[in-house]
Design a protein around this ligand. Structure first.
Ligand code: K7E
Ligand code: CUA
Length: 673
């Protein structure tokens, strides 16, 4: 008891940096108060592990006692792992992955179920079984996360996926018919009417063949606006459209909100129209596409574009409605303004009044005023690019520039009028003060850097709590770092990325680095962080026999007592119940060449009572959550004796949860007839 109290007192000393507190200035504190370092007292542990006061503070802020649930949930893209990761904060515990574009056997995604959804993402009949997820977007209501849906893009193939946050499962994959790659998405409008998907590397629309010499005339950029039907929980391609853009490389998009609601902003690069060809002695893309001092921010009037689409003023490319560049110019849907230099991020401030652009090769962030943009449009204060798109005068629309450091990329916001920008080259996160309408939120002078924290290393995106909503939460920021270099045990030459948690709740010039979280399962690009209590996930499926594909009871649900095998010619239907610790039936015998339709229902109601269902050699592994009903179909083309079993350790008699699937070879089947 005595030593525990002393330990607490010492911790308080260390956290508060109280002068004269025992040993805190020396780093390793004296242990005279408690006697020997017996390893049991807090101060002994602090001494033994050589923890600084900052270390102790970081530990106290991030440690979750067993059973305590995190206050925040982060949804992070998985990069070319093709998944989404769900992470609790501030503990930084990985809670689960959500399989999206890539088959994942733990979730049974793509090993009996999910194939139909994965197949929605096939390209011209080619099976694509991976994705490069970059930007998750939580659904929004009035500009704030509502915790219902999650969207994510696949940069490699220009696809968007829809995830239902009731069961954290992918429900839809949509292939963009006119773009072969994307980057500017997924982004949602403030009430999730539209899911935005901007392209990246220009190709002819519909990615038809065209020689590179025809780049300026035949290659095009694009942005697609997918209509989200919240009732159905699906993107409705029949109410969606795209806009043709010049063959600049559109990069990231963000949706306007509040005062700028109805507008969309995107950054671009390669307005040089470089076409590469290093092998022919041409400048490589990296040089060719970064010659100019400025590229173009894209300013799009989405509200008006939707009306133009509804009025039928579009052409079709591969059957998909596309508003032509000329129509966009004629109708006043598209404007540019210069953005320095090799821009990357574009981020709309919480009130929707400012748009922040980072130039990778410019040490500033440039802040544009939405109001000034509207004025410049009204004044026709513009010149034109070579395609005839109006370029708003830079000086007329810029509000401020802040010198934040080298390699600025992405910006997030908090609830105290601060913005945060990742600095790729400096490996830092910069906090800077928003001026103008945000000036009353902080004491610092307008538009200036307030703090910088070094991180390890090569940061890409950063994510703050609600950091891209109308209602940011502050408190924590995660830096998604590309390189971890020497921070962790060397796992061979392929090292994990590093998520670093920063405390942004404190005042002034300090943003303490609290936690390193290695991400050894993907290369996350962006993440969004929501308060945990805004999510309302199901604990078990609502009713026994629930089909997650339709979010309703399956007509093929199998209740206890209804188990059976039905044969109809060469079609065999298996109706199987699944419960701790048996399958029923346990013997399934078919003839080689039969078509098998296997219905399984997990009839459990207990929390976490998941069962697996694996058939070796048939590529089948299901994850049946409590209440879930799944149907799989396959041809019994391989004869033999196969041991199906529960692949999830569910009970003391889990090993006994097994059965035999016997496929009688054709010759034998004939012989015994
Ligand atoms: Cu900067 Cu794809 Cu958003 Cu990566 S992107 S970092
Ligand atoms: Cu059911 Cu193991």
């Amino acid at each position: 008891m005595k030593s525990k109290l002393l330990g607490t007192a010492l911790l308080v000393c260390m956290i508060a940096f109280v002068p004269g507190c025992g040993g805190s200035e020396e780093g390793a504190p004296a242990s005279s108060q408690s006697g020997a370092n017996d390893g049991n007292t807090t101060e002994a542990i602090v001494a033994e592990r050589n923890l600084s006061p900052d270390d102790v503070r970081a530990a106290l802020l991030t440690y979750q006692p067993s059973g305590r649930i995190d206050d925040y949930i982060m949804f992070a893209s998985g990069g070319h792992a093709g998944q989404v990761f769900v992470i609790g904060m501030p503990s930084m515990r990985l809670l689960r992955s959500i399989a999206v574009f890539t088959p994942e056997s733990w979730q049974g995604w793509g090993f009996g179920v999910g194939e139909d959804i994965l197949a929605q993402g096939n390209i011209a009949g080619k099976e694509i079984r991976w994705g490069d997820t970059h930007h998750p977007a939580l659904s929004e209501t009035n500009g704030d996360y509502d915790g219902e849906w999650l969207f994510i893009n696949d940069k490699a193939h220009a696809r968007i996926a829809v995830i239902d946050l009731r069961d954290f499962e992918t429900k839809q994959i949509i292939k963009n018919p006119i773009a072969i790659n994307d980057h500017g998405g997924a982004v949602v409008t403030p009430n999730t009417e539209w899911v935005i998907e901007g392209g990246q590397y220009a190709t002819p629309l519909g990615w038809d063949y065209a020689p590179i010499e025809e780049y300026n005339d035949s290659y095009r950029g694009s942005v697609t606006f997918w209509k989200f039907d919240r009732e159905k929980g699906r993107i409705d391609p029949d109410r969606s459209f795209a806009m043709e853009l010049p063959p600049y490389w559109q990069d990231i998009f963000d949706a306007g909100k509040l005062v700028s609601d109805g507008w969309v902003f995107g950054n671009s690069f390669n307005t040089e129209l470089a076409t590469g060809g290093i092998e022919d002695g041409n400048a490589p893309f990296e040089a060719g596409a970064s010659q100019r001092d400025a590229d173009y921010m894209h300013i799009i009037n989405l509200k008006k574009a939707a009306k133009v689409y509804e009025a039928g003023k579009f052409t079709r490319v591969k059957g998909f409605p596309v508003i032509s560049l000329q129509t966009s110019i004629d109708e006043g849907l598209l404007f540019f303004t210069p953005e320095p230099k090799s821009p990357h991020g574009v981020d709309v401030a919480p009130k929707g009044d400012y748009i922040v652009i980072s130039g990778k090769l410019d040490p500033h962030v440039t802040i544009y005023s939405f109001k000034k943009m509207m004025q410049a449009i009204a004044d026709k204060n513009w010149t034109h690019d070579q395609y005839g798109v109006p370029i708003l005068d830079f000086d007329a629309v810029v509000e401020a520039q802040v010198e934040v450091g080298l390699g600025p990329l992405h910006t997030q916001f908090d609830n105290r009028g601060y913005a945060y920008t990742s600095l790729f080259l400096d490996s830092q996160v910069a906090r800077w003060t928003l001026g103008g309408a945000y000036s009353d939120l902080h004491d610092e002078p307008d538009w200036s850097v307030a703090a910088k924290t070094s991180i390890h290393y090569n940061v890409g995106h950063i994510a703050a709590v609600g950091g891209d909503t109308v209602n940011p939460g502050g408190k924590y920021l995660v830096s998604l770092n590309k390189w971890s270099v020497d921070r962790f045990f060397t796992t061979g030459p392929l090292l994990p990325q590093n998520f670093q948690l920063l405390d942004i709740g404190g005042d002034g010039d300090k943003m303490q680095l609290l936690y390193d979280m290695p991400m050894g399962v993907g290369e996350p690009h962006y993440a969004q962080i929501i308060k945990a209590d805004k999510l309302k996930p199901w604990k078990v499926y609502p009713e026994i026999g629930w089909d997650p594909a339709t979010q309703s009871v399956s007509p093929y649900a199998v209740m206890p007592g209804e188990e059976r095998i039905e044969r109809n010619g060469k079609n065999v239907d298996v109706y199987m119940s699944v419960v701790r610790s048996h399958f029923n039936p346990e013997h399934v015998e078919v003839n080689q060449g039969d078509h098998v339709t296997w219905h399984l229902t997990n009839v459990e109601r207990a929390l976490d009572a998941t069962h697996g269902f694996a058939i070796p050699a048939y590529g089948i592994n299901l994850s049946l959550e409590a209440g879930e009903a799944l149907t799989i179909e396959f041809d019994a083309d391989l004869p033999g004796t196969f041991t199906f079993y529960c692949s999830e350790f569910c009970s003391a008699l889990h090993l006994e949860m097994t059965g035999y699937f016997r496929v009688k070879p054709t010759e034998v089947a004939v012989a015994t007839e």
